[in-house]
Design a protein around this ligand. Structure first.
Ligand code: ADP
Length: 310
């Protein structure tokens, strides 16, 4: 089968314990928690028993060790996580606003996360991979895109598959990121958009959901649209399948989409029953726990979560 792999930022997240606005005053903070969308994704794949690995870069510091130790403990392959000799592990500080929005302070661009490269270890992981999951945030990072643009055809040419979480904001799109998005959509086997990313991926910003889905199904055989606390819908050329969200109390929404996507993909790759329901359970369970990947469950955790709710 070959492992599921992804490329991208491995970070720590530190969060304010109380809602408010910004970081211009001294706050009570919680963390560091291991974070970074690609790391959350790989953690959830590995916890479900799927072979999974990540290409990334951390600093030679405790934040880097916190994250790589965690991924290793989850069972992920961290052989392609490089250690930068001079730059620190990337950090994200987050504070929830009273309305549920979030304020961030990022230190990522000038951190080790910006040093991801096709090292010999990364090349070896790509050569073993059965599936490559692409995070759309990579489209805006030129050297990361350069590495991915080589990895995608390498995985596909050996019969591997590709998925894409567009993970993009309309306001931040440029002609270049749009072209990269279109290029990956044309090569992907599974698309996992949320909200308006569906229209962005279709290249039809003003289309209805049905129009965007119809256009995308010409290129991508399997689309799972994530709808937050409204659940999710699977679209294929044969039809659609709706999945309601599990009712939970949301503590920390970060990571829901990554856990959802990882569970769906891993269930599909391992042939587990009801991939869409398992994915909805993974997303819902993760929002009930503070910390971006602290709520990522094992198969047993997710089955128990489902059994308690049906
Ligand atoms: P993204 O983080 O990519 O925008 P979503 O927020 O849509 O993704 O979350 C992914 C999936 O996780 C949803 O489709 C849903 O199944 C589940 N989920 C997310 N938030 C909640 C919530 N508050 N309650 C229940 N399920 C949720």
């Amino acid at each position: 089968l070959g492992p599921t792999i992804t490329f991208g930022e491995i970070l720590v997240e530190i969060m304010a314990t109380l809602p408010g606005h910004g970081f211009t005053e001294a706050l009570d903070l919680r963390g560091p928690f291991p974070s970074g969308a690609p790391a959350i994704f790989i953690s959830q794949c590995a916890r479900l028993g799927g072979q999974a690995g990540i290409v990334g870069c951390v600093g030679d510091d405790d934040f880097g060790r916190l994250n790589t130790d965690r991924l290793r403990a989850d069972g992920a392959d961290v052989s392609a996580v490089a250690i930068s000799p001079d730059l620190p592990t990337g950090t994200a500080f987050v504070r929830y606003r009273p309305d549920g929005g979030r304020d961030f302070v990022f230190n990522i661009a000038k951190s080790a996360a910006g040093q991801i490269a096709m090292t010999p270890e990364a090349r070896a992981l790509v050569a073993r991979a059965g599936h490559l999951h692409v995070m759309g945030s990579a489209f805006a990072i030129p050297h990361l895109w350069a590495v991915l643009a080589k990895a995608i055809p390498a995985v596909k040419s050996r019969g591997g598959s590709v998925s894409l979480d567009p993970n993009l904001r309309k306001e931040l799109m440029t002609p270049e990121t749009s072209a990269r998005l279109a290029q990956v959509v044309a090569q992907c086997d599974l698309l996992l958009p949320s909200g308006p990313e569906l229209q962005l991926a279709a290249g039809l910003p003003d289309a209805t959901e049905a129009e965007a889905v119809a256009a995308l199904l010409q290129k991508v055989p399997e689309i799972v649209l994530k709808r937050g606390d409204q659940g999710a819908t699977l679209f294929t050329r044969e039809g659609r399948l709706d999945q309601a969200a599990f009712a939970v109390t949301e503590i920390d929404p970060t990571g829901a989409g990554d856990c959802f996507g990882a569970a769906y993909l891993t269930a599909r790759r391992l042939g587990l029953a009801e991939p869409l329901r398992l994915a909805a359970a993974a997303g819902a369970r993760n929002v009930t726990v503070l910390g971006p990947m602290e709520g990522a469950g094992t198969l047993q955790d997710l089955n128990q979560f489902i059994a308690a709710r049906i």
